[in-house]
Design a protein around this ligand. Structure first.
Ligand SMILES: Cc1cc2nc3c(=O)[nH]c(=O)nc-3n(C[C@H](O)[C@H](O)[C@H](O)COP(=O)(O)OP(=O)(O)OC[C@H]3O[C@@H](n4cnc5c(N)ncnc54)[C@H](O)[C@@H]3O)c2cc1C
Length: 267
């Protein structure tokens, strides 16, 4: 299906992008377009203005300062998979990006677009919550930093609201992480996912069981503690053609245990 007529602008600086996003109520950022263009074709979204971020090279940088890895919002999955900074500071990011869809999607799709679309089946929202990442947002009133636990507000809804631009994601360094999912086909969409990080405490973020990732913090990495924490979360997952609510609740426990076990075995 052809797109509805839409105005298109291509800013040459981050400040100009924020000005353009704030100038029109119906303006939307265009990153990799792997979600946005598809929902526009399906008429599920019809922005008046597309603000194309693809010229903003400063949004693609990946750097490490002290114990913090900073990824520009326009860093693609392919770029993250190839990054030596990611490999040293938080290798799970590359591991999970390699699981997303296919090479075409990985070449175009960006970390910022993945997080800002907050599709509950996306791989990166639960991962960011488990890792305790922070989102840096630039809006008409300046810059603010939002912890990942407060960033995801609902299906396709995040703290980066109208007029806001997610500029980067800050991730603390660490290695004892894992991601486990039950997917449609070998590398398909997640039916249920779990990202785990094991350090002084154990953090598990569950995906596809609610509108936003659900964080549980088992008292230890023991299987019984993980099961107890997931059971205690009072999950009421959605049901669809792929899994009933009850089956998703069961799978959430299974993938959480697997993810924590795998993360614990890493050094
Ligand atoms: C066939 C196919 C299979 C897929 N399978 C998976 C999968 O298994 N797992 C998975 O995680 N994803 C999957 N995806 C989605 C893919 O990862 C998308 O790339 C991602 O969801 C959106 O990223 P994008 O850069 O393409 O963003 P876009 O589509 O350009 O934008 C998505 C949304 O985010 C907003 N946005 C983008 N960047 C910013 C920013 N910096 N600041 C503020 N708002 C912003 C846009 O306005 C838009 O609303 C799949 C996509 C396709 C086409």
């Amino acid at each position: 299906m052809l797109l509805r007529e839409v105005e298109y602008v291509r800013p040459s600086s981050v400040d100009e992008a924020v000005r353009m996003l704030g100038a029109h109520d119906g303006a939307r950022a265009l990153a990799g377009g792997q979600t946005l263009v598809n929902v526009m074709k399906a008429r599920a979204a019809s922005p008046d203005v597309l603000v194309d971020l693809n010229r903003l090279e400063e949004l693609r940088s990946i750097s490490v300062t002290g114990d913090t890895l900073e990824l520009g919002a326009m860093a693609t999955y392919t770029q993250i998979m190839a990054s030596s900074e990611v490999e040293v500071a938080r290798p799970i990011l590359a591991e999970v990006c390699a699981l997303i869809a296919d090479v075409q999607v990985r070449n175009r799709g960006t970390i910022g677009g993945n997080l800002c679309s907050n599709d509950p089946t996306n791989h990166l929202p639960p991962l960011m919550v488990a890792l305790g990442a922070e989102m840096v947002i630039l809006g008409p009133d300046g810059e603010r930093t939002v912890p990942s636990a407060d960033f995801f507000l609902g299906v396709y809804l995040t703290a980066a609201g109208p007029g806001d631009l997610l500029t980067s994601v800050r991730v603390p360094a660490g290695r004892r992480d894992a991601f486990e999912a039950i997917t449609l086909g070998a590398d398909g969409t997640c039916i249920v996912s779990a990202a785990a990080s094991v350090g002084d405490d154990v953090r598990v973020a569950l995906g596809c069981v609610d509108a936003v990732p659900i964080l549980v913090t088992p008292s230890s990495a023991e299987e019984s503690a993980v099961r107890e924490a997931v059971q205690g979360a009072g999950l009421e997952p959605p049901a669809d053609v792929h899994a009933s609510s009850e089956y998703r609740r069961h799978l959430a426990e299974v993938v959480a245990v697997r993810a924590v076990q795998k993360a614990s075995e890493r050094s």
